[in-house]
Design a protein around this ligand. Structure first.
Ligand SMILES: [Zn+2]
Ligand SMILES: [Zn+2]
Length: 238
């Protein structure tokens, strides 16, 4: 059984090394890191609270008997497609006016780097966690290692999406979200608003009309909110 804290900080070290070797933009780490470390502490507390509720939701076993015979790798792939489809729509919902306030804290960083994506309100975490809970029956009778893979991948993914690293190749984006792909999602430019909503796969943006090709990008991106929000309201999501 992997220790999640050890996993988190091991991945963090890799991210720090990647940002040191190939930084995309200069980051004033000293002015943002301690605040984001506080956000990480809040995230961990909020997550513990959220799972107390979401883990109790009775999700019926809907995996067809024929698919129950799939090897764990097959079930894991199925799980990721369904979870990611759910994440896309939940994220898209959070970019509509009634729900935007629970998500805007995530869009508040003016510098993007590996820890910048940790800002998430309790309802934001709960909605995202619901997609995990809803996809969980697809892992019925799967080997225990699948859950370890998911834990590591979820930590890695959030850091990866926000990583401050130079990435000029589009080959991976045919399937997966890359840092530059997600950075466009955080851009203040109105042309980029509610674009590139995908979390893991880029297919949902392409199919549902929210795709912005990173190769079409001209000029430097600017990040952060265009509205001024009371910090307490920002963190609570109201
Ligand atoms: Zn967003
Ligand atoms: Zn983000």
């Amino acid at each position: 059984m992997l220790n999640p804290y050890l996993v988190f900080w091991s991945i963090a070290l890799l991210c720090v090394a990647a940002e040191w070797l190939r930084p995309a933009r200069p980051i004033a780490y000293r002015s943002v890191f301690w605040r984001d470390l506080l956000a990480l502490g809040l995230y961990n507390l909020s997550f513990l609270l959220v799972v107390q509720v979401t883990d109790r939701i009775p999700v019926p076993q809907y995996l067809p008997a024929a698919l129950d015979q799939l090897p764990t790798v097959g079930k894991l792939m199925l799980f990721y497609v369904v979870e990611d489809f759910g994440l896309y729509w939940v994220h898209r919902l959070m970019h509509t006016s009634p729900v935007w306030r629970i998500h805007r804290w995530h869009h508040s960083p003016t510098s993007l780097y590996w820890l910048a994506g940790i800002r998430a309100t309790i309802p934001h975490i709960a909605l995202f966690n619901l997609t995990y809970v809803a996809a969980l029956p697809l892992l019925h009778d799967a080997s225990g290692w699948a859950f370890q893979v998911i834990m590591v991948e979820h930590v890695l993914r959030n850091n990866w999406m926000h990583l401050n690293v130079t990435w000029n190749s589009s080959w991976l984006e045919r399937v997966f979200v890359t840092p530059r792909y997600h950075h466009i999602h955080h851009s203040c430019d109105p042309a980029h608003q509610s674009k590139n909503l995908g979390a893991l796969l880029t297919i949902w943006d392409r199919v549902f009309g929210t795709y912005y090709n990173p190769d079409d990008l001209r000029g430097e991106l600017k990040f952060g909110l265009s509205e001024r929000v009371n910090p307490v309201r920002l963190v609570i999501g109201v």
